[in-house]
Design a protein around this ligand. Structure first.
Ligand code: COA
Length: 159
């Protein structure tokens, strides 16, 4: 079965917040999501299965750099290719913008997500020490550079 990632708007914030609660120890609230989704610099996409939001991705482009806030798929819909559909759509949209690279952070233990990002061309570019809480953990900083270089402007591994 093939899935399509559609652009989301603030009217989808509640459904996104439900996925957040299922997936993260510090889920974004519906109010925060509404505010982010209204931001013209942000892009949110989701895959629906039988009218239910099954997964989403969100991020923002500022001053030539794109950041992915989060990608999450409801546990019952995992391992069906949705995460890949979501990240591919996000990358495609970012390519259309005046952006040089996409950044994201991921828990060092999050092998499913790291594997997904690597397979879509993201590379390691730094560590953010104790970036996460509940549980406390370092973040791996990854990026996808559209010109194919491995250069990046900011990386502080003493943080
Ligand atoms: C990471 C996440 C979004 C992947 O979503 P998904 O729809 O299950 O992923 P897909 O089915 O599209 O799989 C794509 C690739 O991801 C990797 N992957 C996904 N789940 C994996 C697992 N349990 N173990 C190892 N690799 C995994 C594989 O490389 C996979 O490719 P393959 O199927 O060719 O092996 C999902 O596990 C999730 O929502 N996790 C919780 C939220 C989270 O941690 N988000 C990332 C925050 S940085």
């Amino acid at each position: 079965m093939s899935y399509e990632a559609l652009r989301l708007s603030e009217k989808d914030a509640f459904a996104v917040s439900e996925i957040e609660k299922l997936c993260f120890s510090h889920p974004w609230s519906e109010a925060t999501l509404v505010s982010e989704m209204k931001d013209p610099l942000s892009d949110f996409f989701g895959v629906f299965i039988e009218d239910e939001l099954a997964g989403y991705i969100g991020g923002r482009t500022i001053a030539g750099e794109t950041e992915i806030f989060n990608v999450a798929v409801s546990p019952k819909f995992r391992r069906k290719g949705l995460g890949r559909v979501l990240i591919k759509r996000f990358i495609d949209e970012a390519r259309k913008k005046d952006t040089e690279q996409i950044f994201l952070e991921v828990r060092t233990s999050n092998l499913p997500a790291i594997s997904l990002y690597e397979s879509e061309g993201f590379a390691f570019c730094g560590i953010r020490k104790d970036y996460y809480t509940d549980p406390k953990e370092n973040a791996i900083l990854m990026h996808l550079a559209f010109d194919g270089t491995m250069e990046y402007e900011e990386w502080d591994d003493d943080e």
